[in-house]
Ligand binder design. Structure first.
Ligand code: KG4
Ligand code: ZN
Length: 332
């Protein structure tokens, strides 16, 4: 990796307690040129030194995605370079490969603010979904519960900090889907229960214990559902090396990492996780996904579209849509 520049717009959204789409799009326009120039200058290469351009084409808030994709197209057009329109989730899927050469296939737990999925990743762009959230994503649960505890956005890191030294067994919280077949997730019951408990709390100790209990409950659900996927995956890959990767913003959480490390050891999986800085959104993982695609001979036309929704496993998403009529929440 020659450079990785992150421009954050959290401060612009903070007064509203969450991301405002219009502000997000405008903030992208304002910084995109400077961020690209900074990345080129840190890398010490000129535009002549590029072999291709990778840009996120979705899924996500489409205003920001369009800004990045248009900038990528402009460079590709001006320089006659191939363009790779990258799925943001594929970036997370390869993010652990930024620091370690992890061979395919691997079992992936992708836990971010918008997504919570278990996937078998068998190569560049080849994903099979084993499970997904039926309501909120894990990061979304962290963010929403943190808000009810009066913490700033993004809630995950703030809640982790508050939970330090708290008693995780103090508040019993619901264990959704416990013992249920399949590898899906659900966090909405936990969210409601935690919000109700948070209402009556005033002392710092109470809040710290609730934060620790919530963090423990989210980690436990991730571990329980991942364990089911590990059993399934191990049966299908008998006699072969078993690799497990956890990626996405929530993978930065130490409690989540700890329970998954235990679970992986129990089932004979080697665990890989991106270094903390590359768990949350970054451009390096998109560049790597693009480079892997280019090496495999895959690129896109300049008519590539920005896509608000773009499942990694399109067939599974169609067969079992998480955002069908009557179901809410998950942006998967
Ligand atoms: O991958 P990411 O940067 O963006 C998406 O693609 O969604 O993930 C952001 C999410 C947010 O919900 C944030 O609260 C959560 O990851 N997050 C954490 C931690 N760091 C980030 N959740 C729990 N503990 C953390 N340390
Ligand atoms: Zn992300």
């Amino acid at each position: 990796m020659l450079s990785s520049v992150i421009s954050t717009q959290i401060a612009a959204h903070a007064p509203y307690g969450g991301v405002v789409p219009e502000i997000a799009a405008r903030a992208h326009v304002e910084v995109i040129d400077a961020v690209i120039l900074q990345a080129m200058s840190d890398a010490g290469v000129g535009f002549d030194g590029l072999n291709g351009v990778a840009a996120t084409a979705g899924p996500g808030l489409v205003g920001g995605v369009m800004v990045g994709l248009s900038a990528g197209k402009a460079i590709a057009l001006a320089r006659g370079l191939p363009l790779v329109a990258v799925n943001h989730l594929e970036g997370h899927a390869v993010s652990a490969r930024l620091s370690e050469d992890i061979a395919y296939p691997f079992l992936l737990l992708l836990v971010s603010g918008g997504h919570c999925q278990l996937l078998e990743v068998s190569g560049v762009g080849a994903c099979r979904r084993l499970g997904s959230t039926i309501d909120d994503a894990a990061g979304e649960a962290f963010d929403k519960i943190a808000k009810t505890l009066g913490l700033p956005y993004p809630g995950g890191p703030a809640l982790e900090k508050l939970a330090e030294g708290g008693d995780a067994s103090r508040f019993p919280l619901p264990r959704a889907l416990l013992g249920r077949d399949g590898c899906d997730f659900s966090f909405s019951g936990l969210k409601t229960a935690a919000a109700r408990l948070a209402e009556g709390l005033t002392s710092d100790t109470d809040k710290r214990d609730l934060a620790a209990s919530v963090q423990g409950a989210i980690a436990r659900q991730l571990a329980e559902r991942t364990d089911r996927a590990m059993l399934l995956y191990a049966r299908e890959h008998e006699g072969r090396d078993l690799r497990f990767v956890v990626a996405g913003g929530v993978a930065a959480n130490a409690t989540v990492r700890a329970v998954l490390t235990q679970g992986a050891a129990k089932r004979g999986f080697s665990l890989f996780a991106p270094s903390l800085a590359y768990c949350t959104d970054n451009a390096a993982m998109i560049a790597l996904a693009g480079a892997e695609r280019l090496a495999a001979g895959i690129s896109d036309g300049l008519d590539a579209q920005a896509r608000p929704r773009w499942p990694l496993d399109a067939a599974a998403a169609l067969a079992n849509p998480t955002h069908a009529f009557g179901r809410k929440g998950a942006k998967a």
